[in-house]
Design a protein around this ligand. Structure first.
Ligand SMILES: NC(=O)C1=CN([C@@H]2O[C@H](COP(=O)(O)OP(=O)(O)OC[C@H]3O[C@@H](n4cnc5c(N)ncnc54)[C@H](O)[C@@H]3O)[C@@H](O)[C@H]2O)C=CC1
Ligand SMILES: O=C(O)[C@H]1O[C@H](OP(=O)(O)OP(=O)(O)OC[C@H]2O[C@@H](n3ccc(=O)[nH]c3=O)[C@H](O)[C@@H]2O)[C@H](O)[C@@H](O)[C@@H]1O
Length: 439
């Protein structure tokens, strides 16, 4: 099949490359010319395991190309995926749908033959009819454009695998759109034939599956972090608690990791956007618990800053604090709403001299927080430190010898915000170790 993917960020670039891997001819469209050039050279504009290899393979074989031209996109094929950003509005925390409506307005006038438009971006429920109306009004063959909703559930750092082997596929249509279903079943044929559960539903349910999935994931993380607060108050160990809870198959261990809480470009903005949307629907009471989910999450960052202050003898002013981790989680260079950088910024504001290191995210971190110091090598970053904070659990940090590190720092004190360092090993090497959520 010949298809386009409009918006080639973390979601779209991955989707485009994976669709080429499934054997389709793909044209990616992005408004950012630098991104288009980078992608055309077979390189991802961000760090995502396995993506560069697919981009090289398929740009070289001419199965995958990128452009900024909507005219070219419309002429290329009759299946158009849209994966542009839907960030949080600064004012009211609702979704900012500017990118989505702009993309639809740019594409529609070029649709001079029947086509299927498939939205993957995460939106408030009720967006699909607005997109359909725009398509009807602006496309020369408006009545012949079918709209489908296909929410995306991939995780960054597992994006390629999650796209090629998803847990499920959700397809949302309105009553009479049979061609769109046929096209999408053909497009995802290999994945569906492999036995992937495929749920066909209406637009609103498809939109809501995505919002509620992220709300559930965020709630699960905040649940275990609420338990961490109780553990901290009672002397219990939240990591052992999570392990014990997770063996109950109704609860499950995945996504129950206690620590510094959730960040990234999706979970935080999606629970806030979902609450704003429920408010507009007059169903705000249904989601008030998400306010607490958000508050618990924010408290984790404050708790970490408080612990750091405590370990600095009451004030971090003029202390050298080294932070391992800038990405919002390991395996990505994405620093959107990064818990590690939020803590770094808090301590910087309190007068600490903060040095941050990260295997992949330093360029993005520098752009987002130019006020902090950055050092590439995690051992060099810890030179003369009064305190080390482990805030993003990159496996590379586990390989560093704490004995050698103890000779570089001024005071061998570490707080593990993710609970993945081996505390016995660090203590044996002379470190004072605190683990968030452990006595
Ligand atoms: N990042 C992720 O892991 C996932 C993201 N999502 C959702 O997917 C959507 C995209 O997210 P990301 O890829 O993270 O965002 P992103 O910000 O990385 O990518 C958006 C891309 O769209 C481009 N763009 C903006 N306006 C455009 C226009 N009018 N025409 C063409 N291109 C345009 C931007 O230049 C950028 O490259 C969001 O709704 C997000 O909630 C859903 C599942 C996973
Ligand atoms: O809508 C989206 O964009 C995506 O959001 C999340 O994916 P992602 O943000 O890539 O990352 P997760 O692995 O879910 O982690 C999110 C945050 O929660 C934290 N986390 C995760 C798991 C856990 O047990 N504990 C925990 O604190 C991570 O450190 C990270 O900061 C969802 O997992 C995806 O299904 C969804 O498609």
């Amino acid at each position: 099949m010949r298809l386009t993917v409009i918006g080639c960020g973390y979601l779209g670039a991955t989707h485009a490359a994976c669709m080429a891997e499934l054997g389709h001819e793909v044209l990616g469209v992005d408004a950012d010319m630098d991104k288009v050039a980078t992608l055309n050279s077979g390189e991802a504009p961000f760090f995502e395991r396995g993506l560069d290899a697919l981009l090289v393979k398929h740009t070289e074989s001419d199965r995958l190309r990128f452009t900024a031209s909507y005219a070219e996109a419309a002429a290329f094929g009759d299946l158009h995926f849209i994966g542009v950003g839907t960030p949080q509005n600064a004012g009211d925390n609702a979704y900012d749908l500017t990118q989505l409506f702009t993309a639809v307005r740019q594409l529609a006038p070029h649709l001079t033959a029947p086509a299927v438009v498939v939205v993957k971006s995460t939106v408030p429920v009720g967006t699909a009819p607005r997109v359909a109306e725009l398509l009807r009004d602006l496309a020369p063959v408006g009545e012949e454009i079918e709209l489908a909703w296909n929410p995306e559930f991939l995780r960054e750092s597992f994006a390629v695998d999650d796209t090629l082997h998803p847990d499920r596929i959700v397809l949302g249509f309105n009553a009479h759109h049979t061609w769109a279903e046929k096209m999408l079943r053909q497009c995802f044929g290999e994945i569906i034939e492999a036995g992937t559960p495929t749920i066909v539903t209406d637009w609103a349910t498809a939109e809501l599956v995505k919002s509620s999935a992220n709300a559930f994931l965020a709630t699960k993380i905040s649940f275990i972090n609420a338990m961490a607060e109780v553990c901290e108050a009672s002397g219990a160990d939240v990591h052992q608690l999570a392990e014990a809870l997770g063996h109950d198959t109704r609860i499950g261990r995945r996504g129950l990791g206690p620590g510094l809480g959730f960040g990234g470009g999706c979970l935080p903005k999606d629970i806030r956007g979902f609450m704003a949307c429920a408010g507009e629907l007059g169903a705000d009471q249904a989601l008030t618990f998400l306010r607490e989910v958000d508050a618990i999450n924010t408290r984790r960052r404050e708790r970490m800053a408080d612990l750091a202050r405590e370990q600095c003898g009451g004030s971090p002013k003029s202390k050298r604090i080294t932070i391992w981790g800038a990405a919002f989680k390991p395996g990505t260079d994405d620093v959107r709403d990064s818990p590690a950088l939020a803590v770094a910024q808090k301590l910087h504001k309190l007068g600490a001299r903060v040095t941050v290191t990260d295997p992949e995210a330093l360029d993005n971190a520098r752009k987002a927080h130019p006020e902090l110091d950055y050092v590439e090598d995690p051992v060099a970053a810890a030179a003369d430190a009064d305190l080390l904070l482990h805030l993003t659990e990159w496996p590379q940090f586990d390989d560093i010898d704490p004995g050698r590190l103890a000779t570089c720092v001024r005071t061998a004190k570490v707080i593990d915000g993710r609970g993945t360092l081996d505390p016995d090993r660090w203590r044996e090497a002379g470190w004072t170790v605190r683990v968030l959520g452990r006595p």
